[in-house]
Design a protein around this ligand. Sequence first.
Ligand SMILES: [Zn+2]
Length: 318
Amino acid sequence: MSAASPELVIELRTEDSAAVLGCAPAVLGPIREDAAFRGVLAGVFPNDGRPPQFEIELRLAGAARDRVESIALRAADAPEARYPWTAFEEQALCLVERLIAERRLEPGTRSRWHLRPGAEAPAARRRPRARLRGEPYPLRDAALAAGRAPGAFEVAIAEPVLEAGRKQLLSGGSIESAALLLGRLYRDPRSGAARLVVLDQVELAPGRGGASLTHFALDARSFADAARVARARSGLDLAGWLHTHPACADCARKPECARDTVFFSTDDYQVHASAFARAYQVALVVGKLGDRPASAPGFRLYAWDAGRISELDFQVED
Ligand SMILES: [Zn+2]
């Protein structure tokens, strides 16, 4: 099966697969973006901001050939980029959360999901397709350390940015807060490896939706305000975002508390997928690590990885 833009559906079923619990359209944007970025790093696509025209082939499985096993993206002159169905795991988790929020699913229900071809509902009207804005990647040529594989991606963060994050967490009480991360993206023309260096941050005003312990509402207006400030800092590009996951008051009183608040939530995924969709944009979460007291916060970095989000080690620069 081959099509320019097949419609795919994430279907959640009971564990014995007897009944459908809910569906959501699968968004192919993250794997398209991954394939485009890798192609630009490898030098097979021009860095002109135009999304490559991929031909998409589905590999189907199951007795009824109704399950997508993997998706191949092909473009002229480029090696095939193939993604397993599990590339949509975060989107499936968002569906689970939505069904729980709508009280259509009991929390803790054992379920499984799969990807199938077809529209969510045959009669459903086509949604307007979200298009990434046609901007080239802000790549600068640089000689990076030897031994990097083509397409390798590494991140370094300046210590003052981390210090600002720790302060933001410790001064914020129990309220989640956030900042835009600014930096520079380098590409080694010899190896095709990339390095993102985060050099600065601009704090975001809390959204009108209200921030709380577990949720940062990314308000369009505060995002636009911060982006304006960021643009004025010449020479830096939008590298991603930082946000806090505060410890509870109990952790702060008990240094021996082993609670760990630094993770990437489905809310975080939705913010990241909508506002930081480019393949090099990262999410830095600051909070209480399990092995450290709440007064000495720690970080985890999350990055796009073949259409999914993975934790990524980072270097610290002075
Ligand atoms: Zn979060």
